[in-house]
Write a protein of this length. Structure first.
Length: 258
């Protein structure tokens, strides 16, 4: 089950807090502080920890993040439980029932897919589709978060390469994106396969992105919940994610701002 965490953290050192606060002050927001429940793609956990403190200080609003994979996000959006907005993989919006719970959407950021290995381990050649396929077949195991849009895309790549069946017994399924890095760093899995901005951390090294012929962006979008009672505050957070300061933070984490 995904964690329901109230995000807190230290301010980013590489972005001017003064500049961020000024940009936030320009965003349309209600005078009264609100508590916003936000459905968030699990692979955005690190960037949200970067961005949340500045927003909360500047606006007085409080963010309660519910991180989850695509399947669970769809379940939460359609469960009838109240929430205020989502910053989720675009695949969530492809579910008709989930889409009906949101208002208009805006692109927030995107990221490509890659492979990581344990720090110091040999780096396989993944520069071409043929080399990529050979590296996957040679690997003894790999870590992946199957219950996500990213995991679903990786499985489609396996099918495209004709190795889906060969890869099934090698899978070390993880409960969340962050667990991929942990599994690779501990040596529980030889390869980590996911969106590149997740495949960073102590004990792992990013080999590189998928070959261009197999690459696809995972797109994250933002939207207010159709029935939110905090539309002004929710829109202020979405606007904040589109500011230059937020864009710089996304880039620092390896994502491309929308």
């Amino acid at each position: 089950m995904p964690s329901r965490a109230i995000i807190s953290g230290k301010p980013m050192h590489h972005i001017s807090i003064v500049a961020m606060s000024l940009m936030l002050a320009m965003a349309a927001a209600p005078a009264a502080a609100a508590e916003l429940t936000v459905l968030v793609g699990g692979s955005l956990a690190a960037i949200m920890k970067d961005l949340t403190p500045g927003f909360e200080r500047a606006t007085g609003h409080r963010l309660v993040m519910r991180f989850a994979g695509t399947t669970e996000l769809i379940r939460q959006a359609t469960s009838g439980a109240a929430f205020d907005l989502g910053v989720v993989p675009a695949e969530v919006m492809q579910d008709k029932a989930a889409r009906a719970t949101f208002g208009p959407i805006v692109e927030i950021a995107r990221a490509g897919y890659g492979i990581a290995v344990r720090a110091g381990a040999a780096r396989p050649d993944i520069s071409t589709p043929a080399a990529f396929k050979a590296a996957l077949l040679q690997a003894q195991s790999y870590a992946l978060y199957p219950e996500s849009a990213g995991g679903a895309y990786v499985m489609k790549v396996f099918e495209r390469l004709g190795i889906a069946e060969a890869m099934k017994p090698k899978l070390k399924a993880q409960a969340g994106p962050g667990d991929i890095v942990t599994a690779v760093a501990r040596g529980d899995a030889e390869l980590g396969i996911f969106v590149t901005h997740v495949l960073v951390g102590p004990g792992v090294e990013l080999v590189g992105p998928f070959p261009a012929e197999l690459q696809q962006d995972l797109v994250f979008v933002g939207a207010l919940a159709a029935n939110t009672k905090n539309a002004g505050a929710g829109q202020a957070f979405i606007d904040y994610l589109k500011t230059p300061a937020a864009a710089a933070a996304f880039k620092a984490r390896g994502l491309t701002p929308g």
